[in-house]
Write a protein that binds this ligand. Structure first.
Ligand code: BDR
Ligand code: CA
Length: 319
């Protein structure tokens, strides 16, 4: 099984990614970090613990991380997308166990050092915790299997500015540090996550499943309404974060993913937070780029949405 540490700003699609990683037989989930982003970090931590409880994974340690971007700017949350509780306004207040007595960055360093060469880091929120872990342990890039992240966009518009995707735009300095470090990176950005859609039929299949599926169906409702009103014109939503998990686990059917240079724009102008992806090789079948270490997903099979829904709906469901 693929050893993995998730790092999330839990959020609705993050909750699904956690369920998927926690339940997938090909994934060994070593730990989860919480980071500010969709919601503040105490709420992201609570939601992460709650979701792991729901799938019976109280064995997975959850560590709380950064409350604001690296430079200390005021954090901007996305409650309008994810609801006041980060769970589409449909979460519950069931008690949760305490978080681990360590920071998310420290937890990354410890778990990676315990399994050198084996661990995939899977950040699906702003990259603040990952950049902090890098600063704590500059040898990290040589010690991980890789980093599979949800974020950025190569040839699609952004979702928070014309060119920037939320996870990168929220902390461009952290993202720049992560993309500069010499570890293998897999970027699941909007190029693919805008194409892998959860429909009302998926929601209904979840609602007919076990406790985790029913919870996910409930929290998806508001998220799909946001996407209906702001993006698609009908009730459906992007699966986003689960794609990074599936890519790290090697269970995503990838159709086009060149290995190219990626830089993050950290200027103060209209490009801030953009992933500048060098796709100039497109006319020649993407020849190798010297020193490039970022695999940018450009086309994937969207049946991963069905597989994820079935996995989660099936957990604890009556036969
Ligand atoms: C990303 O931003 C967050 O709202 C989602 O959880 C996802 O990680 C999409 O741009
Ligand atoms: Ca997220």
């Amino acid at each position: 099984a693929t050893k993995m540490i998730l790092d999330c700003d839990t959020g609705v699609d993050d909750a699904m990614a956690i369920m998927y990683a926690a339940l997938h037989p090909g994934i060994e989930l070593l730990g989860v970090g919480a980071v500010w982003g969709n919601v503040d970090v105490p709420l992201a931590t609570r939601n992460t613990l709650r979701v792991l409880d729901l799938v019976g994974r109280t064995d997975v340690p959850v560590a709380s991380g950064a409350a604001a971007p690296l430079l200390g700017d005021r954090p901007e949350f996305a409650f309008h997308v994810h609801g006041a509780d980060g769970q589409g306004g449909a979460g519950d207040d069931a008690p949760v166990r305490p978080a681990a007595p360590t920071t998310a960055a420290q937890q990354i360093v410890e778990l990676v050092r315990a399994h050198p060469g084996e661990v995939w880091l899977v950040p699906v929120g702003p990259l603040t915790n990952i950049a902090t872990a890098l600063a704590l342990d500059p040898e990290l890039p040589g010690l991980v299997a890789g980093v599979a992240l949800m974020g950025g966009s190569a040839r699609r518009p952004g979702n928070v500015t014309p060119v920037a995707e939320a996870n990168i735009h929220k902390d461009p300095e952290a993202a720049a540090a992560v993309f500069r470090a010499p570890w293998p990176i897999v970027m699941a950005g909007l190029d693919v996550t805008m194409d892998v859609i959860l429909t009302a039929e998926h929601r209904d299949r979840l609602a007919a499943g076990g406790e985790a599926g029913r919870y996910l169906a409930r929290i998806l409702q508001h998220y799909g309404e946001f996407y209906r009103d702001e993006v698609f014109g009908e009730w459906q939503c992007c699966m986003h974060d689960t794609l990074a998990v599936a890519a790290a686990a090697g269970v995503l059917d990838v159709r086009l993913a060149p290995v190219v240079h990626v830089e993050v724009d950290t200027t103060a102008g209209p490009g801030r937070g953009q992933t500048v992806v060098d796709l100039r090789g497109v006319y020649r079948g993407f020849p190798a780029q010297h020193g490039a270490h970022c695999t940018v997903l450009l086309d994937v099979d969207d049946r991963i949405a069905d597989e994820a829904v079935d996995l989660i709906a099936g957990h604890g469901a009556l036969p």
